[in-house]
Design a protein around this ligand. Sequence first.
Ligand code: ADP
Ligand code: MG
Ligand code: MG
Ligand code: MG
Ligand code: MG
Length: 662
Amino acid sequence: MGLLSLGTPMHWSEAKKHADHVREHGIIQFLNLWQVAKDSQKDCLLWGDEVEYMVIAYDEEKKNAKLSLRVFEMLSELSKEEEEANKHPEKNLEVKTAWRPEYGRYMLEGTPGTPYMGLPRDLLAVEQNMKLRRALAQRWMKPHEIPVTLTSFPRLGCEGEFLEPHHIPDGAACRSLFVPDQIINAHVRFPTLTANIRRRRGSKVAINTPIFHDKNTPKPFIDPTIPRRNLFPEDRNAIEDGAALPDHIYMDAMAFGMGCSCLQITFQAVNVDEARKIYDQMAPLGPIMLALTAAAPIYRGYLSDVDCRWNVIAQSVDDRTEEERGLKPLKDSKFRINKSRYDSIDSYISNDPSNKPEYNDIPLVYDKDVYKKLSDNGIDDLLARHIAHLFIRDPLVIFEELLNVDDNESTDHFENLQSTNWQTMRFKPPPSKTSPIGWRVEFRSMEIQLTDFENAAFAIFIVLVTRAVLSFNTNFYIPISKVDENMKVAQHRNAVLGEKFHFRKSIFPQSRPGTPASGTPSGSPKLSNASLPRATHHGTNLSAGLDRSDEYELMTINEIINGKPSTGYPGLLGLVNNYLNTLNIDIETRCEISKYLELIKKRANGTLMTAASWMRQFVQNHPDYKQDSVVSERINYDLVKMVEKINNGEVIVPELLGSFSV
Ligand code: ADP
Ligand code: MG
Ligand code: MG
Ligand code: MG
Ligand code: MG
């Protein structure tokens, strides 16, 4: 279905023999594509969101909310509109929604059927389309099933029943103590990916998320629900060999991470340089938006001390060998690698002069042969490094039938590595030489929100930020190591109000004597200087020789979003509003857009709660809760019911949504 090619997948012991082949041809494919695509020019903004849903199945008798494993039946119905349109291009059928399978057999991914165009009226279609998607998904569900947009399912992997139908955890793909293989999408790609990550790593993945210590939570917390079993050799590892850390919620399967849902936004740039610029400018916003969208405080039935999914997913697909992780000296592996293949980006890639070399201050691990091949063929240093960095990974799923393809036509091998580097940002080349699609950038850090209104708000906010970035030629660069520090902090409980983040003080291009300020890129509206907020810089001057730490400081999310009057920093919302001021927008549209921006403002300044804080509060106020961090079946059931009622408009939660109704 969709982009998932069919064939015979190789066991890791076989696949690893072909890893060099896939990499070699992946680079040839990229270079072939580059020859044609490097000059690609697009004149209009196209963009789209991806919303991931979980399908809930209620057991009303037992008051349990489970995950329904029936998604494939739903997908085949939901995809008909798109399939019909593809079958009859001559009919020019309108496709309103598009659907893709996801990692979990209980997950659906929905996008607008065609990307959104220009601004700003089209922004008002976003929430409508999300509502349509939710309604369409519901149409193919049974009466006891509903789609929800929860980032992590609170009771995934718990004792008792959390799947419909129920299965005992004993599958060969993940070998998990907690989840059966039936939780994985049935398409062979997914169980193979799961098993090959485990095989390549040399052990099961080990996810340890700090537990939230409530009044009655034992200290140290040693999880009594970790089963004793003797099915697989590593079963005893969990407790005896220390895979499960004390004071942590232990999870041992890819499904705990890749079974989380998120909100992703992809935008097309006018050309490759603009894509590289957007990629860099948005990268420092990754952790900020992660903290602001925090929506994942519960794992495997326990309240955790983090609010976000990010590290859980990173650990859930960490296929690095012990040597790569630095636990043993390098012998069979090629590189020491600092991160999982799911993590924040390691380098900026724009050739804009504002991208100073010192901002790329993480020693980049990259494949020297790949780098050489790329630079010998005319790819510049930063882009060659970026791709050679992605290519330090091995391809995890190789289909026998697709090993030898025409490198002039196919980009399969390139995409194999590209699409299994799951990072905060993704730089997407056109899919093929002949595709009408241009260079795109994907913003990937945000957590999915409980309602369409919120998801539309964050999608709209992000696309407006990209427009403002281009119009004002902003500069958000801080050393990339600081972005990484922000990523860690962003996941802390209540980071949105309690933490500070490294952020650039002066985000507008500084014109130094003799150097003209860089102009606005073509295609974006001309701005009158009067509408530009004055960015003062405390008398410092950004010219050479200054300590770069002068360029950034620690700010709260409120300051980053809503501005810091004392320094003239306008905030991302200030930037967006200034951008909107430069457009000719009718009052009605502007008011509609303002509703969404209000939500962002109030989440950032603490007037409204994040989904994570709201869920914590719901659990802690539940009569069943015993101040012991345990989120019982009944609490989970009531939580899911409440989320359903919020979406139906049956219940109003001003602490989460303010005066905005769903
Ligand atoms: P992936 O899963 O690889 O990130 P998807 O195809 O699921 O990508 O979703 C990509 C998103 O990009 C969708 O919202 C889609 O509407 C949008 N999109 C499609 N074509 C373009 C384009 N040419 N430019 C920008 N966005 C696009
Ligand atoms: Mg997708
Ligand atoms: Mg995807
Ligand atoms: Mg997805
Ligand atoms: Mg995506």
